[in-house]
Design a protein around this ligand. Structure first.
Ligand SMILES: C[S@@+](CC[C@H](N)C(=O)[O-])C[C@H]1O[C@@H](n2cnc3c(N)ncnc32)[C@H](O)[C@@H]1O
Length: 308
């Protein structure tokens, strides 16, 4: 029988050639792979990311919250941007290639944040401004009468659906740039100019960049018959025929990101990573591109890189 991940790869590849492909993919994920539901696990994982970004910023600047923030690749549920609002940020930019949120998804996020606050759990992640939480409660109550743009404005969030290689933002203007599970979807040809652009806009004094990268094979999140290193068996040419433009995976390892940062002269001041599972890696017949590296390094599956 054909494996589930192969079917998904084929369907996503087909969808990637269609007009409105992100919208079609949303329905595919919603009704077939059930990947768009906002689970508690996902919610709390991203709250943890918001906490770690804010802590990285505070360690550097001694300020409790950044004034201006930017997230690249927010996706369907803006948990991190709204967290920055709750922590007191004044202007929060969300840069993406397509506008993936909606009033419903925004409402779901607000309700989960409010419930988390009411249970007394949110303050374990970051310090919540009570006036901002009051605003969230009002938005939940009034959202039916508001447009999506009005809700976002109240949350100080501005979506920039533009090329992140050429942002419409001034030099030296952003306190905290962050991303969550996004870099792994951007090939170096695009990622390198994006990082150069981030270097331009991040504040030279006290500015911070903080990026979480998930280097596991995302097909393994959906098909439990393969492991998170499955995609490392393919050569670049083979991978090109499997990968798709809706949710591409660049397969870069931590050592590749570190080389990109070093070449761009972007320091890494804090680096944390998940070591991964060497035993699982050794079950895969690695392509030469990976097998010639130290396998302990190839096995690293997630990382968090902070620069200032
Ligand atoms: C897997 S989603 C991550 C969503 C969310 N940040 C999370 O933590 O789950 C990747 C996001 O990156 C965005 N993205 C991919 N390539 C991009 C690019 N070149 N510029 C801006 N956003 C990009 C996608 O549209 C999507 O929103």
């Amino acid at each position: 029988m054909v494996k589930k991940w192969i079917l998904k790869a084929v369907v996503q590849k087909t969808i990637s050639f269609m007009p409105f492909n992100h919208r079609i993919n949303y329905f595919f994920q919603k009704y077939v792979t059930k990947g768009v539901y906002l689970s508690e696990e996902y919610f709390y994982d991203r709250l943890g990311h918001a906490r770690d970004h804010l802590n990285a910023y505070t360690r550097r600047s001694n300020e409790a919250a950044p004034n201006t923030c930017l997230e690249i690749g927010t996706g369907w549920y803006p948990i991190v941007p709204i967290s920055f609002f709750l922590a007191g940020a004044d202007r929060i930019y969300s840069v993406d290639i397509s506008f993936l949120t909606s009033k419903n998804r925004l409402l779901t996020t607000l309700i989960m944040l409010e419930a988390c606050y009411s249970k007394g759990l949110l303050s374990y992640y970051y310090q919540v401004d009570p006036d901002r939480m009051q605003k969230v409660k009002e938005l939940i109550a009034n959202i039916k009468t508001m447009t999506l743009e009005e809700v976002l404005e109240e949350l100080h969030i501005l979506y920039l659906i533009e090329d992140a290689r050429k942002l419409s933002l001034k030099d030296d203007s952003i306190d905290l740039i962050n991303s969550n599970n996004t870099f792994e979807h951007i090939y170096p040809k695009t990622l390198i100019p994006i990082l150069k652009e981030f270097k331009r806009i991040v504040k030279k004094q006290g500015g911070v960049m903080s990026h979480f990268i998930d280097m596991s094979d995302h097909f393994a999140h959906f098909d439990k018959t393969i492991n998170i290193y499955n995609f490392l068996q393919y050569s670049d040419i083979e991978w090109m025929s499997i990968d798709n433009s809706i949710q591409p995976q660049n397969r870069l390892r931590l050592y590749d990101y570190k080389k990109i940062y070093a070449d761009l002269n972007i320091p890494i001041n804090q680096e944390t990573y998940r070591a991964g599972d060497l035993e699982a890696l050794q079950t895969i017949e690695l392509d030469l591109k990976f097998s010639t590296h130290d396998l302990n390094e190839v096995a690293i599956s997630h990382c968090h890189l902070v620069s200032y």
